[in-house]
Design a protein around this ligand. Sequence first.
Ligand SMILES: [Zn+2]
Length: 308
Amino acid sequence: MEETFSLRVKKELSRLEPEQSCCVESQLLGLLRAAAVLEAGKEGLRLLATTESAAVARCLYRLLKACSNLKVLVSGRRRRMHRHTLYMVELSAQEGIKAFLEHLGFLNLGDTPVQSVVPQQECCRKAYLRGFFLGAGSISNPKRAYHLELVTGNRIHASHLIRLLRSFRLRARRVERKGRQVVYLKEGDEIASFLTLVGAVRTRLDFENIRVLKGMRNQVNRLVNCETANMTKAVDAAVRQVESIRYLVERVGFDALPPPLREIARLRLEFPEATLRELGAYFTPTLGKSGVNHRLRRLEELAERLRD
Ligand SMILES: [Zn+2]
């Protein structure tokens, strides 16, 4: 199954270590509010979070372990119908769970002023948004549409999200869908800012480059202005390579390409934003930067000869 753009963002985000120790709890709080439910059983409170991403489950486990001494259980259940696994992260009923959730700010929602239940510091506000996105966010593949959303069943959480996003000058809007609150961003620029904000730096570049390839050259120029000149060159080269490969594929098809070039052509099309080193990493054994460059140049030469 092809990895969705959402999963790519989540994979990147779940690997990040929160910048500062204060942010660890904020990220955890956001993630729990997005993905966890509290159940009151005979033995006491039990917290259960579910996610379709193994990376998110691991991240949640790590955060819970970093913030508490509680016992954390992780399990996975294969869902045939949906062709993926659902991961569950659980704090079973145990001593200290209530105090921990209160300390975190997860429990007392409703009887405390709104300001006191979302993080105030800038770093922590970002971490909270990152956590929430991991738990209940999704982003459309920019090749199709610009859409990023955070979904919650809780109106207060939705209001928090809008306030937090506005505090970073992102004009989030809200709509109700099937009884759930959907907080969303629609502008490409704002989605890119969100990705940077929460630390998805690599996926942000993917996102920007897809916009370039969609013909929105002017958008990337703005980004490139604050990057290095090398970056511009790399983007230009990648755009050229993608054009050459598309031309070759259209004219002669993938199968007509020499086998060593076929794989690199496929990878370049799939990852127009990747650096040469990143592309090389998809090979076993890893192909060096110059090896990748050599093959891409051969593809460009082939295309050039064909054009003539
Ligand atoms: Zn912080």
